[in-house]
Design a protein around this ligand. Sequence first.
Ligand code: AMO
Length: 435
Amino acid sequence: MRVKGIGLKRSIFSGQLGPELDGREEVLFGWVMSVRDQGGIKFIIISDKDGIAQITVKKGEVGKRVWERAKRIREHSCIGVRGIVRKTEKAPRGAEIVPKELRVYSVPKKLPPFPLFGSSLPKLDKRLDIRAVDLRRPKAQAIFKIRGSALRAIRDYLNEEGFLEVNTPKIIASATEGGAALFPLLYYDKEAFLTQSPQLYKEQLVMAFERVFEIAPAFRAEPSKTLSHLSEFLSVDVECAFVDMNGAMEILEGLIGYVVHRVREECKEQFKLLGFEPEVPSGMKRITYDEAVELARRHGVDVDWGEDLSSMALDAIASELKGYYFITGWPEAIKPFYIKPRKDGRSESFDLMYGDLEIASGGERIASKRELMRRIRDKGLNPKSFEYHLKVFDYGMPPHSGWGLGFDRFMMVLTGQKNVREVTLFPRDQFRLTP
Ligand code: AMO
């Protein structure tokens, strides 16, 4: 049980504590949530990564040293305890720990700038300034446990579907997502950029692996301070050979359904704490861009055919289309160069929406080098900057499609949060570079 340094070795987390351990000696670590002092007896509630446990320190029942140490303990102290489990219906989990040894690792010099276990919360910015402490709030813990569960589910689903997980460079030489701005950086003596998306690499990789996916950060210099834009977000990217736009949408729809099912199954306690249940998608509706424009116009929103859908237009559309739905066939002029155009000015592209929030976008890609070069020129870009990419197309590029899912936005949907910063550990935006 004893180890050098911290002096104790954990035997259980609070989640494993229960009446069935009655009489056993166990070791727990945690942070003190509350101390209820009743003169000769102190009830210390600690929380660890699983939840809470009660330590009952009664004068006379515990050793002198333990009693003296217990007196020093305050809220937020970080402690370790070795003691005997005693079953009791009065304690959480139906058992308490009667300590034989108490170790106090740190006693806070001051209390956190806001109560972690109360219901009133200060503004998000204040909490983000000391995020590591804020993350000890039970609701924040619930959100990030759901996030972990969703990431596991994504990996399981895509692996099961025969996709290979890949990792592509995040320092890149040229832009892919026209509209979104790049973060430049000095790469030895050259200019380089942080990646906006693994787009070109994932396309190249279908030649070798047919089906690939990547879960990695993407960087966008977004000057807008909205509730759903970050400068660094987690992108789930999929690319698949021999599949068209519809095939790509099917993979995305299948993935979303699976993830919702898995998190609902794995995170029951967390959803209960949040007072929220994510919607189970059933048959995601598909509307065309033209239909979306019509719908917005019917609600009195002025939309010129060919322009991106404004937030007002999306609000109007979302007032009729609840939950998940696809908008397909976007005008080719507002889509990036690699998206396959149709002959009628539209393209083989789609966005996956949840209400008025875009959570993913994708489509079929141009597989012909000549056409891709033409599109690069038409978009006012220089084919020379894409030589390293274009030359791959000489060696048997298959037809292929894919998508990018904004994972943080998907997390907003899964946890019912209105601000993307609530579902991101250390969010980055125009105004925040620390912590
Ligand atoms: P797109 O630029 O639409 O497409 O990005 C894909 C998805 O990423 C999310 N997203 C963001 N999330 C948070 N903050 C941001 N600043 C931000 N920007 C984008 C959105 C969006 O739907 N290469 C293509 C994908 C593809 O075709 O495979 C791409 O990057 O949820």
